[in-house]
Design a protein around this ligand. Structure first.
Ligand SMILES: Nc1nc2c(c(=O)[nH]1)N[C@H]1C(S)=C(S)[C@@H](COP(=O)(O)O)O[C@H]1N2
Ligand SMILES: [Mo]
Length: 329
């Protein structure tokens, strides 16, 4: 058993290290402020970050310059309060770097994210490779504030920076046989020490039906809170499918394969009874070892009810009419 239910998760979701780092961020801000006031400087160039924050971090504890200042806002964004940056980065699932929530922040920083490219193969008219710089140059980036619900029973609200996956897919012209798309993460045990353990069949793979991949809610993310995607959250490029359990949102993607048959995924290979291909958030279908009725928003004390399709039913339920979602879990 690899994914643990909510009640097995220690209540301290922030590691001492992350608290330490946050305190350091505050201190650095404080130091800048002191210099500015001491020498009587009124212009703001001494401050480390511009104040036009993307998303609104309720803790205001991001001491990183904004990388994407001009983001198109999205009608799909939730109006809910975003989870603080420090919590999104300190509490992550990225098994290539270890299975503890704090492992990715600790160990993923050495991942080389440039140069980076995504290979596109299979049922497409124009197979090829697209470079990360080209992705950043050619597509309009949006801010998409989405809920993320993990199968383990926690959730967050994340202000992603991203582009609709459909925009990228169109460039490669899927054929009429392209019914599904499989995604693969980087395979490199030297950089990703978690891959020395065989608990998942590496590389991490995931898949979507083509209509799910083309759905306007589905994005590729290159950042969060207006900043370049932190390594621990799947740099430099990861999928975000907000109506599905978090494990569908595969990180550090290097390959997309368009296919006629439903692709295999790492989690189905690991435990098919627990993890299905669709993995739509569904409070009425329990995991074999725990209920999915409730979730805890990271940073909150009381659990809240989990919503069908993670609250995105209005946008996506039409994709699944005539499907028994107990069978296709
Ligand atoms: N390559 C890869 N992608 C992955 C994972 C992983 O272990 N490896 N974990 C998944 C799980 S279980 C979740 S809940 C989300 C978590 O995303 P976050 O850590 O950015 O919140 O990433 C998903 N994508
Ligand atoms: Mo997850």
């Amino acid at each position: 058993m690899l994914i643990k239910p909510l009640d097995d998760i220690p209540s301290a979701e922030i590691t001492p290290e992350s608290i330490y780092q946050e305190r350091r961020r505050f201190m650095r801000n404080g130091v800048n402020l002191m210099i500015a006031t001491t020498v009587g400087v009124t212009n703001t160039t001494l401050f480390s970050a511009p104040v036009v924050a993307k998303g609104v971090d309720p803790s205001s504890a991001i001491n990183l310059p904004i990388d994407f200042p001009h983001l198109k806002p999205s009608a799909f964004s939730t109006g809910e309060q975003s989870t603080p940056f420090a919590k999104i980065t300190a509490y992550a699932n990225f098994y290539e770097f270890g299975t503890d929530k704090s492992d990715p922040q600790r160990y993923a920083q050495t991942l080389t994210t440039r140069p980076w490219s995504v290979q596109v193969v299979g049922e497409v008219e124009k197979p090829g490779v697209i470079d990360m710089e080209e992705i950043l140059r050619k597509f309009t980036l949006e801010e998409r504030i989405y809920r993320l619900r993990c199968v383990e029973g926690w959730s967050m609200v994340i202000p992603w920076v991203g582009l609709p996956l459909s925009e990228l897919i169109k460039r490669f012209q899927p054929t009429s046989k392209a019914k599904y798309v499989q995604f693969s993460s980087l395979l490199d045990p030297k950089q990703m020490p978690g891959q020395e353990d065989r608990f998942l069949n590496w590389p991490y793979t995931e898949g979507l039906r083509i209509d799910e991949a083309m759905h306007p809610l589905t994005i590729l993310s290159v950042g969060l809170y207006g900043r370049v995607l932190p390594h621990e959250n799947g740099a430099p490029l990861r999928l975000v499918v907000p109506w599905k359990y978090g494990f569908k949102s595969i990180k550090s993607i290097v390959k997309m394969r368009f296919m006629e048959q439903e692709p295999l995924t790492s989690w189905i290979e690991a435990e098919p009874r627990a993890y299905g291909f669709y993995a739509n958030v569904n409070p009425t279908v329990p995991h074999p070892r725990w209920s999915q009725k409730k979730e805890r928003r990271i940073g909150e004390f009381f659990k809240r009810n989990t919503l069908m399709f993670n609250g995105y039913a209005e946008q996506v339920s039409s994709l699944y009419t005539d499907m028994d979602l107990r069978k296709y879990y």
